[in-house]
Design a protein around this ligand. Sequence first.
Ligand code: SF4
Ligand code: SF4
Length: 360
Amino acid sequence: MRIGIFLCGCGGLIDGILDMDLLARAAIDLEDVVRVERHPFLCSPEGRERMRETIVENRIDRLVVGACSPLLYLEEFMEVAEGAGMNRYMVDMANLREQCAWVHSHLPAEADRKAREVLEISVARVSGMSPTEHGAVAIVNPDYCDGCGVCRTVCSGNAIRIVDTNGRRSVVDPSLCEGCGVCVSSCPSGAMDMELFSNGEMLAQIDAATDQGADPNIIVFACHWCAYAAADLAGAKRMSMNPHFKVIRTICSARVDVEWIMRAISRGVDGVLVMGAEPGHCRYMVGSLRTRNRMILLNNLLDQLGFDRARVRFAWADADDADKFHRVVSGFIDDIMELGPSPVGCSLGAGEDRFRAMVE
Ligand code: SF4
Ligand code: SF4
């Protein structure tokens, strides 16, 4: 892997708040990072051309842009990457502006720490990527598929057929797949994945986020279309927030796999919040309702494990509802602080190995 990192100052909107020298020094030490560059305006024609040249000169095959929100410029930077000969999907943006500099400007040292963490998570994400042809579409591993048809039942895009040649198995039509990922997280055989937002990418981000020693350490899985946009809006409105949460962007809240949450719990995270669109507003129609139902089942599983269900929560937030994002996340952080550190993160004594084995 040859990872390139570009850090944007955004004409003072980022580098007027964050310590970019510190961030650049931390970035070059990250595994597989071969180049770190800074620019005052990466989205400008000059910034994009410099990015293209640097990718070619350094044979960069994975790109992280530390700048504003991926909802604003990810597509443009993917085009730059493609123009430089990269696979266009091997790009991520670390949201340094809306979700670090702006929302935590009242705590500069904490904003710097969060920026380093967000950058590490993005580097982990691109490390977990593989070149893809279609982007966010579902794929099936026929070796694991037993043709149960659950994926076809949950697909609102009518993109899945069950064929019966040498045994039943599922086939996804990429031209019909809307990329919600609900089939992947619903498959009981672990036979499905996505080309983009793959399990590899998502688990790499969870591992990076749980390796970080924030106290408390809280992961918020936010849907690209709604809750993530609400988080950006909270930043744009300069709402001050407690920095002890890390947002991991998913394509839909229904893409959030129980395995991801259990992985985070088994690695000692103090709390997990999953956020999707209000009922009726989900881009994939009923994705967030499916997520809510899955979270109820997960709560029952957590009860059986003896793990406090209050540490895992689901909430709705539409793209324009920054107030709700702020209220829900702040309330969740307060509740987790009251609960204290995760029992998995602490020593459980004799019961620890058994608990971890159950979670695994
Ligand atoms: S849910 Fe999984 S195992 Fe069942 S048909 Fe779909 S891919 Fe195959
Ligand atoms: S990702 Fe969504 S739209 Fe695509 S096949 Fe799976 S359920 Fe259907």
